[in-house]
Design a binder for this molecule. Structure first.
Ligand code: AMP
Ligand code: MG
Length: 319
């Protein structure tokens, strides 16, 4: 269905749409989310439709207070509480055993629900005002580049959703870190805005799950976050054409025109690189070049989340 998509910062208008079971794109510190009432299966279906997201790929539920958490999960223990105290609001998603209140579709039938409290005042106010939690995947078409500004959302979802709540550019810029426990052991299912070292200070050793160890791999598809222009890591492949754009870490390459390059972090800081990652990909993609080459960033801290996204953006997707 084609609808007019408006951009604004009117909390009441955003809440009205959501209360009517419609979708609104919301700002968070990670990336913009495509939100609907997490407790309303009809609204959740619309999220999958608008994004063209396969139904087996579950959604993260965004909460504004601990009362909402209690309604969505079974009990939680002191370690989980310590994680919430340390990292919420913030880019940490916890997989917790779900309560019957959570629609199956939100969890793709899995036993746990993914929860987080976003670190964005406007969005937390919106959730409070709605009175229900919001299911929200990133506000892009399935498999494409995640949005970190309201205009990025408009680019991909124009005429698919009625409202984009503009809360400015996202301050972290990569998705949340997703963690959960298996037989009492903590695992990182997706690297993101909170680093392994940050987590280990609170809960001790935590293992990073790699793709091949994933028993169920909801949403951790190898290809993801992809621009329309083909992308490779570090080296141009032999058939990459003449017009090659570069996503660089901290310096311009002397070998290619400056206007075909995007430097993620002129200051060399990995947090700057994360914040500008998707904007860089959007900008280079819009140039309509033959190929994009992304330089890997140092594999430490939030750099691991950046390299993870770049690797997936470089995967050839099945047709
Ligand atoms: P996105 O909304 O695009 O950031 O993706 C959310 C990701 O969180 C999914 O693709 C899954 O990998 C993970 N996830 C969300 N909910 C669950 C769940 N109930 N069980 C396991 N993984 C989940
Ligand atoms: Mg996504």
């Amino acid at each position: 269905m084609i609808v007019e998509t408006r951009i604004g910062s009117d909390l009441q208008e955003a809440a009205d749409w959501l209360q009517r079971g419609e979708l609104v794109a919301i700002p968070t510190e990670t990336v913009y989310g495509l939100a609907g009432n997490a407790l309303d299966e009809q609204a959740v279906v619309k999220i999958f439709e608008a994004k063209e997201r396969p139904l087996y790929n579950p959604l993260i539920v965004h909460v504004a207070n601990s009362g909402q958490v209690s309604a969505l999960v079974q009990e939680w223990d002191q370690q989980v509480q310590a994680l919430m105290d340390a990292f919420w609001p913030g880019p940490l998603t916890l997989l917790l055993d779900r309560s019957p209140a959570v629609p199956d579709l939100v969890c793709a039938g899995l036993p746990r629900v993914a929860l987080r409290m976003p670190d964005h005042d406007l969005t937390r106010l919106l959730i409070e005002q709605c009175g229900f939690p919001l299911a929200a995947p990133s506000a892009n078409l399935f498999g494409r580049i995640s949005p970190t500004t309201a205009l990025h959302v408009l680019d991909q979802l124009d005429q698919r959703i009625p409202y984009i709540l503009d809360g400015g550019p996202c301050m972290v810029g990569v998705e949340s870190t997703i963690i959960g426990r298996e037989q009492g052991k903590w695992k990182i299912y997706r690297s993101g805005g909170i680093t392994q070292a940050d987590l280990e200070l609170v809960i001790g050793p935590i293992e990073m799950i790699t793709q091949s160890d994933m028993p169920v791999a909801p949403g951790m598809l190898p290809w993801h976050y992809a621009p329309r222009t083909p992308l490779a890591l570090n080296e141009p492949p032999p058939d990459s054409g003449d017009r090659i754009g570069w996503l660089r870490f901290s310096t311009l390459s002397p070998l290619v025109p400056g206007e075909w390059q995007f430097v993620l972090a002129p200051d060399g800081d990995l947090y700057t690189a994360a914040r500008r990652l998707y904007a860089g990909l959007h900008e280079l993609d819009a140039l309509g070049l033959d190929y994009l080459i992304a330089e890997s960033v140092p594999e430490k801290g939030i750099g691991r989340a950046i390299n993870d996204r770049l690797k997936r953006a470089a995967m050839v997707r099945p047709q």
